[in-house]
Structures are given as structure tokens and as C-alpha cells.
Design a protein around this ligand. Sequence first.
Ligand SMILES: [Zn+2]
Ligand SMILES: [Zn+2]
Ligand SMILES: [Zn+2]
Length: 163
Amino acid sequence: MSYVSSYTLEELIDDVRRRAAGESLTCPGCGWTDPADRPRRMYDAYAEKGPNGGIGYGYRLCKVCGFAQDADGGESYRVWLSTHECVPRGLAVDRGEVSCRHCRKTLQIVDGVAAPHRCGKYLRQGDSGYCCVTCGEWQGPASARPLHGDRRREVRREESSAA
Ligand SMILES: [Zn+2]
Ligand SMILES: [Zn+2]
Ligand SMILES: [Zn+2]
């Protein structure tokens, strides 16, 4: 994966503007570009509002190769994917909907219980895991799943060994 020395807030704002105009962005790590008609993005720039209403900070992340970079002028880094079957606990309401703080899925609550869902998070290489606040369970190295690009490489390997 190629290494990128810096990504600034100005570049992030420009990426967000291009995305709003319907353009697809290209991952500097692996060259992946999402087809324009694909609703689910594998590579994107994510912006958060600052205190004055405009874009305050953000990052870019590629779910294909694990390239990530914060828009603070710093260097790129790698992420790994942690996923688990999440059984929500400690729900504040008895009935209705809550959105999972990690994966943002909408969870339906019936009689104080929400059905388990597939939950996940991209973590920095070097981070050993995180505590999922939705289920309260520690998700360590055993929760690691291959990235999208690794899965595609595995399929290609299987195809070539079968030939
Ligand atoms: Zn990539
Ligand atoms: Zn969980
Ligand atoms: Zn979740």
C-alpha cells in the first residue's frame, strides 16, 4: 500500500465538495474507485462539523485496502476490521428505535430487548481492540475479519489453485 505524507482540512473539504457533485473519489492506497451508481461506498471522505458550523475535522478511509488518514495534515495509517454479533444491553427504553453508536444501524426495541445485529468498527493498526458500548463486550484480535480487498484476493487464490 502506498504511503501518503499528508492530508489537510482543505483537501478534505475539496473531497466532500466533489462527492456532493456526484464524483467518485480514488483511494491513494490501492487505486480503488467506487462506481458512481453504487450506493455503498468502499472508499470515502468523512467530515464532521466544527464548532462554527463548517467542516471542522474528518478523515478518509478505504474499506478495500485499509488505507486511512485524518485531515489534520498527518501521515496515512492502516486500519483493520473488527466485527461481532452484537447483543444490545442496557437499553434505556422499552419500545421504539435506537441507533447503534458504532455501526449506526437502527435497532428495533420490543419489550426492552433488541435483536442481535452484525456490528463492526475499523481500528488503527496497533490498537488491540475496543469495548463495544452497545453490548458492553471487549472486541479483541479474535474479532478481526479480512478487509474487502483481502477477501477478493483469497477468492482469486482459490480460483487459481482450483484450475
Ligand atoms: Zn484502498
Ligand atoms: Zn457490540
Ligand atoms: Zn452496531
